[in-house]
Design a protein around this ligand. Structure first.
Ligand SMILES: [Fe+2]
Length: 389
């Protein structure tokens, strides 16, 4: 991410820095990959290390069962039980060795949370709210991807104005970023990338809360802990650097279309450890003479493919029962393509209004009990339907 500076920072790094009232501020270097990767410097009013207690928190991770016997899946996420908050109320659906795909439907504000297992990437399907962080706040709007870097203390606050705050949240075992292929050697987004720096929103002002004895839920690979901080972690008067939470609206993704069908990499939006995220946005269909406008059958032999259907008409899945709020898993080892009748239906239209988010993982995904509970048992046979059925 580009360099950002928010609030007050000293002219030189690693020098004494005082508030106007005279108190010395505590500098924190937050950095990835042993401080060799992206980093930021944050200036706290209090020591971010000052804890008054540490406790274990009971937490049962969802049990994941391998996709065996191998099958494609259609999950109806609208059938998941809603409510709770976006952190402790999220429902794990699918997990590989490096990423877990969760759904949330939040009507309550979350506790302060620090996920030290890796970055989290939200996709907001509906509702609104605010992500509050040590770096400042970000508005949450439908269509937003929101990246929360690993170990960022934050909380998710739904506004309740338009129903619950709903969507997906990916928990990565590592860091998520824009794909390297979109960047120049010096790190600027290239011309031809489907977005530019102007499309990314960073916190703009510090978020300061003065409060003693504040609990933060901390996730590690060993489980959940509760750290009681002597003072509220939102005490950063300024920060600068290239590591911070940011938002990118899928509505700012510029689709790339061709005379004949373009392959999924043109839709790539983010990359993470062992997975990529792609955005399918409203766009003109392929316009060449005789072009088949929807995807041909494809065997993505190294990937399990997850698609979350957000809104619009999903032409390639005609007649399958897939609708907004559906999520499919098309695993490696299974060839998938358009459902019967889809190609013919697409020939009649010039553009698609579909909005969908895809996650391709390079290790197999296992399914939770909740995922199986809301699955459509007829989906596996949906390609075998005859056109005259
Ligand atoms: Fe596919």
């Amino acid at each position: 991410m580009r360099y950002v500076s928010v609030g007050e920072v000293p002219r030189k790094r690693h020098t004494l820095f005082y508030e106007p009232g005279g108190a010395r501020l505590a500098e924190e270097l937050m950095g990835e990959q042993g401080f060799h990767g992206a980093s930021s410097l944050l200036y706290h009013r209090h020591s971010p290390s000052a804890l008054s207690s540490v406790k274990a928190v009971e937490h049962q991770p969802a049990q994941m069962q391998a996709n065996y016997p191998l099958a494609p899946w259609h999950l109806r996420l609208t059938k998941l039980s809603a409510g709770g908050d976006a952190v402790t109320g999220r429902v794990a659906l699918l997990a590989s060795e490096t990423v877990t795909v969760n759904y949330f439907s939040a009507d309550a504000e979350s506790t302060l949370f620090r996920d030290s297992r890796g970055d989290e990437l939200y996709f907001v399907q509906s509702g609104g709210g605010v992500l509050e962080t040590v770096f400042g706040a970000l508005d949450l709007r439908p269509g937003d991807y929101v990246l929360v870097p690993a170990s960022t203390v934050h909380r998710v606050v739904p506004d309740g104005n338009s129903g619950p705050l709903q969507g997906l949240v990916l928990e990565a075992n590592g860091h998520i970023d824009v794909p390297a292929k979109y960047l120049t050697p010096r790190g600027q987004l290239r011309e031809g990338a489907p977005y530019s720096e102007r499309d990314f929103r960073a916190p703009q002002v510090p978020l300061l809360v003065d409060e003693p004895d504040v609990d933060v839920l901390v996730a590690t690979r060993a489980g959940f802990s509760r750290h009681r901080h002597v003072s509220h972690p939102f005490d950063v008067v300024g920060w600068d650097g290239c590591l911070y939470p940011f938002a990118f609206s899928v509505h700012d993704f510029e689709p790339i279309v061709g005379r004949v069908h373009q392959p999924p990499p043109v839709h790539q939006t983010f990359e993470g450890p062992g997975f990529v995220v792609c955005s399918f946005v409203p766009r003109p269909y392929d316009f060449g003479e005789g072009a088949v406008k929807i995807p041909y059958h494809h065997a993505n032999v190294d990937s399990d493919e997850v698609i979350f259907y957000v809104s619009g008409d999903f032409m390639s899945r005609a007649g399958s029962g897939i609708e907004a709020g559906s999520l499919t898993l098309h695993p490696a080892g299974f060839v998938h393509g358009p459902q019967p009748g889809s190609v013919e239906a697409s020939l009649l239209v010039d553009r698609t209004d579909e909005l969908a988010v895809m996650v391709d993982t390079f290790a197999p995904l296992a399914l939770s009990e909740e995922a199986r509970r809301v699955s459509d048992p007829t989906y596996v046979l949906s390609w075998a339907r005859r056109d005259d059925d």
